[in-house]
Design a protein around this ligand. Structure first.
Ligand code: DOR
Ligand code: ZN
Length: 347
């Protein structure tokens, strides 16, 4: 039986939701990951330091006893966000990034940004304070095909931002295309990207061929196989510009299996590192998993790498059909199916 011991990983992009949902999402995440960048797209959005602090306390309450886990908070950029909010967030010490959602791009993004240029004074302050910027990079213009929205965002917004703020640390979140990989590779060392495990394991055929499957619907949407292959190559390349961000994003089953509009998001927190191990193993690149999962993220965020370790063993196990999710139920990725790796001890 093969096994692999790596430094404990962190998740650099996750949605935990709030209230009763935290008793599912936080234990699943903290089972393996030491820290995580917590997305702020709640209703209402986390756009004030006080709200980030209250949310952080809720998350800490949900950590199972005896487990060490640190939520790294983010705040939501709105058109009302001011430079003084950036200063206040930097000072508090627990806010590690601001998240830019183009208005209407995804779940709970209505309070997001319509005119990115209006944020320039805020970016200026972020650059000055060394505050990281996480970007959901998709245009929202209805005339742009949903499969082209990420690539269009690069030319329309990302290139100008990186040119105008060369010292701003930018994370191009959950990238899904060859164009994005090329952009990140060519950009300065102040630009990096997270890659989800679902974009490594699946492409749009999994979602659309042989019957449409809401389980696989997420944003940015799964792309063609050639993009999936390029993402695998980037993630397993050993480049420190690409690191782990699950974008695990739970929705109740009723919101996913809804003929009037399936909610975007895939729940992977129950088995995230095991699924990444599968994806890396498929291309014989398990030796590259530790850098991607445990080193490049903290390096980019200017944090220490974790010192403790986890061990993955090659051991098939079956994922439950559903998980409890507050008063609702949730269908996790690989529901009723098998996963080939397991974390069964930590040292
Ligand atoms: O699929 C997604 N789900 N993409 C996002 O950008 C947001 C997320 C969510 O919050 O549900
Ligand atoms: Zn996300």
């Amino acid at each position: 039986m093969r096994s692999l011991t790596i430094a404990r990983p962190d998740d650099w992009h996750i949605h935990l939701r709030d209230g009763a949902y935290l008793s599912t999402t936080v234990p699943d995440l903290a089972r393996v990951f030491a820290r995580a960048i917590i997305m702020p797209n709640l209703l209402p959005p986390i756009d004030q330091v006080q709200a980030a602090e209250a949310y952080r306390n809720q998350i800490i309450q949900a950590i199972p006893p005896g487990i060490r886990f640190e939520p790294l908070m983010t705040m939501y950029l709105t058109e009302q966000t001011s430079a003084s909010t950036i200063v206040e967030a930097k000072k508090c010490g627990f806010v590690h990034a601001f998240k830019l959602y183009p208005a209407g791009a995804t779940t709970n993004s209505n309070a997001g940004i319509s005119a990115i240029k209006s944020l320039y004074p805020v970016f200026e302050e972020m650059q000055k304070q060394g505050m990281h910027l996480c970007i959901h990079g998709e245009v929202t213009n209805n005339e742009v095909d949903i499969f082209d929205r990420e690539a269009a965002f690069i030319d329309e917004s990302l290139l100008p931002i990186t040119k105008d703020f060369p010292k701003l640390k930018i994370i191009f979140e959950h990238i899904t295309t060859i164009e994005s990989i090329d952009f990140v590779k060519e950009a300065s060392n102040n630009v990096a990207a997270t890659i989800t495990v679902h974009h490594l394991l699946y492409n749009r055929n999994h979602m659309l061929a042989g019957g449409m499957k809401p389980l696989y619907y997420c944003l940015p949407i799964l792309k063609r196989n050639k993009h999936q292959q390029a993402l695998i190559t980037a993630a397993t390349s050993g480049s420190n510009k690409f690191f782990l961000g699950t974008d695990s994003a739970p929705h109740p089953r009723s919101a996913k299996e809804n003929i009037c509009g399936c909610a975007a998001g895939i729940y992977t927190a129950h088995a995230a590192i095991e699924l990444y191990a599968e994806a890396f193993d498929l291309v014989n690149a398990l030796d590259k998993l530790e850098g991607f999962s445990s080193f490049y993220g903290p390096d980019f965020y200017g944090l220490e790498r974790n010192k403790d370790k986890i061990t993955l063993t090659e051991e098939s196990w079956q994922v439950p059909a559903t998980l409890k999710f507050g008063e609702d139920i949730l269908v996790p990725l690989r529901s009723e199916d098998h996963i080939l790796w397991k974390v069964n001890n930590s040292t």
